[in-house]
Structure formats: C-alpha cells, structure tokens
Write a new protein. Structure first.
Length: 290
C-alpha cells in the first residue's frame, strides 16, 4: 500500500472542520429552511473555491472528464444527497439516519477495492469496522417504535450518497487536479437542480430571512469551503479505503464541539463516550496500517 500519511492528515482536518461547522449550524438552522441554508452555503462555496481555484490554477489542469465527474458530484452529493438526507431526517429521524450514514465507509471501501485497484491491509479493514461501530454508538439513540420501517430506504440512500462522493472526488481529481475549481463547479451545478425541486417540497424549506442567521450561514459557508478543500486534498493524497473512514468519523469530533458549545442543550450518554474510544482505536489502526 502507498504511503497515505499526507492523505490521513488532510482527512483528519476535513473531519474536524466538518464537525465544527455542523455544530455551528445548529443555531441558524432554527431560523431558516434547510434548503435555503444549503443554497446559501453552496453559494459561498462557489465564491471562495472559484477564487482559490483560479489563484492556484496551473496550465494543463483543465479537463472535460474532470468537469463531468464533478457535475455528477453536484447532482449526487450537493443535490440528490441533500434531498435524501432531508427525506430520511423526516421519515426515520436523526438517530437512525446517523446510524445508517456511519456505514458509508463500507461502500467507498468496496468500490475502491473493486474498481480503483486499492488493496487495504487487515489493519485498515479492522480499523474501518471499528470506526463504523464507534460512529453508530455516538450517533444512535434508542427511540420508541420499531427500528425497521418503510422510510428506512431513505437512510440507506443517504449513506449511498456519502459513500459514492469519496470515490467520485478521487476519480474526478485524478482527471482535473484543481481542488478549488472542481468543487466550485459542482456547487454551481447543484443550483438549478435544487431550485427545480422547489415545487415538490414544502415552502418552509426554502424560507430565509435577512439578519444574524443569514450572516452566520455565510460565515459557515466560508468555513465549509475550506472543509471541501481538506476533503479534496485527502482523496488526492491518500487511498479512498484509508481516508474515507477518517472523513466519516466527523460525528466523533462533533461530540467534542457539542460538549464545548452545546453542553447546556444536549446530553452526552455513556454509550457515546464508548463510541468515541472505539472509533479512536479504529482511526489509530488505520493510521498504523496505512
């Protein structure tokens, strides 16, 4: 296996940044619709990442193949992924959704082995399973009612979107190695797709208002742009089978930021702490087996 040290460091940065921005979004999400938040965040991604991309552009980086892959990314992750995430949130609730999302590394790892020719060692495989187990413990909270229900398919669809996004980035960046312009383009593609869904979705999802919530979302979108860069650098410098589980461990870091910023609103369970320890062991195994 290739040396994935740099990819691991970028993946860790992406997971930490993703967790931090997710916790920060807690407050403005209470004031604006989910799709409005998505559109404003994507708008900031376009501004920041296109500026970064043009500033760092090198002759010969442009590729129609890369543009096509990231157009697919715009539909699958920034449009389809957002819609199925909301649908899953609405039908099965946050605990089950986050539990199912924790299985995304298994999909990305399987695709990496079958189609990208990656050969992760036993330590990486074991570490991936530990990370998934840890994320499930951190994310899942017992709830009333049965676990398996009709809407569970939306949760699997969300996990599918997460797992595929890592692979699409890897292939797309191999064709067009510009981390900024590629994601700016993907966010731009998402706009007409998301707006076309407006007649089919509750109007409240697209509601937004001027004020502190809007400025907060713009700031979070600015931070999210650098999260996207970290994500891209991770898949550029590391194998999907190695960096994917680390990126998917963001709920572990979200726990830390939740305890720091939302300690008066959200209670941390003993099972959650156990999940952190298990996932940390998994990340250590991946790092040692890279």
């Amino acid at each position: 296996m290739a040396d994935n040290t740099l990819g691991l460091l970028w993946a860790l940065a992406a997971a930490v940044m993703s967790a931090f921005t997710a916790v920060l979004t807690h407050w403005p999400l209470r004031q604006m619709g989910l799709m409005a938040v998505t559109l404003w965040t994507n708008f900031m991604n376009i501004l920041v990442l296109s500026a970064w991309g043009w500033a760092t552009y090198r002759e010969g980086q442009f590729s129609w193949e890369g543009m096509l892959w990231f157009a697919l990314m715009g539909v699958s992750a920034y449009s389809y992924g957002r819609v199925v995430f909301f649908k899953a949130l609405d039908t099965i609730g946050p605990p089950r959704l986050m539990t199912l999302s924790g299985t995304a590394p298994l999909l990305s790892l399987s695709i990496a082995v079958l189609f990208l020719g990656e050969r992760p060692g036993l330590a990486v495989l074991a570490g991936t399973l530990l990370v998934i187990a840890g994320v499930i413990l951190v994310s899942y909270e017992p709830a009333e009612g049965r676990w398996v229900q009709a809407g569970i398919i939306w949760g699997f669809a969300s996990a599918l979107s997460l797992g595929l996004s890592v692979v699409i980035r890897k292939v797309g960046l191999a064709a067009m190695p510009n981390p900024g312009l590629t994601v700016a383009w993907a966010n731009l593609v998402s706009f007409p797709v998301l707006l076309s869904l407006r007649p089919l979705m509750p109007p409240a999802l697209f509601q937004w208002r001027a004020g502190w919530a809007l400025w907060a979302i713009l700031g979070i979108g600015f931070l999210n742009s650098f999260n996207q860069l970290c994500y891209n650098f991770a898949v550029m410098h590391g194998d999907v089978s190695v960096v994917g589980p680390i990126i998917s461990a963001s709920p572990i870091f979200a726990l830390f930021f939740t305890a720091l910023l939302l300690r008066n609103r959200i209670r941390i369970r003993p099972a959650t702490m156990a999940g952190v320890l298990i996932a940390s062991g998994g990340m250590a195994a991946i790092a040692l087996g890279r």
